[in-house]
Design a protein around this ligand. Structure first.
Ligand code: NAG
Length: 227
């Protein structure tokens, strides 16, 4: 079908002033958080995912956004958001408090927030900038960003938390298991191995006992048959 990347407004919180690039119009291998509103699937065989789709990605500068796969290998989470051709305004909230990133949407015109993304353990350095960008391919939609409101949220933080947050130099997500980079299986613990061997032996003994019983029954029956 050869459809090209399609209109997709995206919100970025990144470390550099705005740089043009291939990721929804902005720089690839960026530093920071990207929240993408993708109106069109590029990956073929898209059955389990309905577009428009919102997804989030945290990048330490080394990850590449894979447009052909709609960013699946690097996404932290996402949700479907039917935001095309609506007669009312749609809203997106990106909230980052105490290392927890949440994205909420209000798109049904009912003024109700709906959960979209919720990821704990997100560490973003201080001093980054906000920016928005978009890009289109052969087919195009019109999407306007009417306003961008920024709030500083005040939360109680212990001196340790304060220090911990100051010492984040690269964006990182704790215990991250990206679909694109599956962690290798952990080696089995001694106890697990022992239990598996033990129960296998018990099962084997059971199988032998049952086998012997069935064999005896069968022999008795065949004897009855002969005499
Ligand atoms: C950046 O993130 C990737 C993927 O999580 C990781 O493999 C890499 O080691 C990180 N690089 C640095 C400099 O932290």
């Amino acid at each position: 079908m050869g459809t090209k990347p399609f209109v997709t407004p995206a919100t970025f919180i990144h470390s550099l002033s705005f740089l043009l690039g291939p990721v929804f119009g902005s720089k690839d291998n960026f530093l920071g958080l990207g929240v993408f509103v993708d109106t069109y699937p590029n990956e073929e065989k898209q059955q389990e995912r309905v577009f428009p789709y919102i997804s989030a990605m945290v990048n330490n500068g080394s990850l590449t956004y894979d447009h052909d796969r709609d960013g699946r290998p690097t996404e932290l989470g996402g949700c479907t958001a039917m935001v095309r051709n609506l007669n009312h305004d749609t809203f997106l909230v990106i909230r980052y408090v105490k290392r927890r990133l949440t994205v909420l949407i209000d798109i049904d015109g009912k003024h109700e927030w709906r959960d979209c993304i919720d990821v704990p353990g997100v560490r973003l350095p201080r001093g980054y900038y906000f920016g928005t960008s978009s890009v289109t391919g052969d087919l195009s939609d019109n999407h306007d960003i009417i306003s961008l409101k920024l709030y500083q949220l005040t939360v109680e933080r212990t001196p340790e938390e304060e220090k911990r947050d100051r010492e984040v130099y690269l964006p990182v997500v704790d215990n991250l298991k990206l679909p694109g980079m599956e962690a290798p299986l952990e080696p089995m613990s001694g106890l697990a191995l022992f239990l598996i061997v033990f129960f296998s032996l018990v099962a084997l003994v059971f199988a032998i006992v049952i086998g012997v019983i069935i064999y005896n029954k069968w022999q008795e029956q065949s004897r009855k048959h002969f005499y």
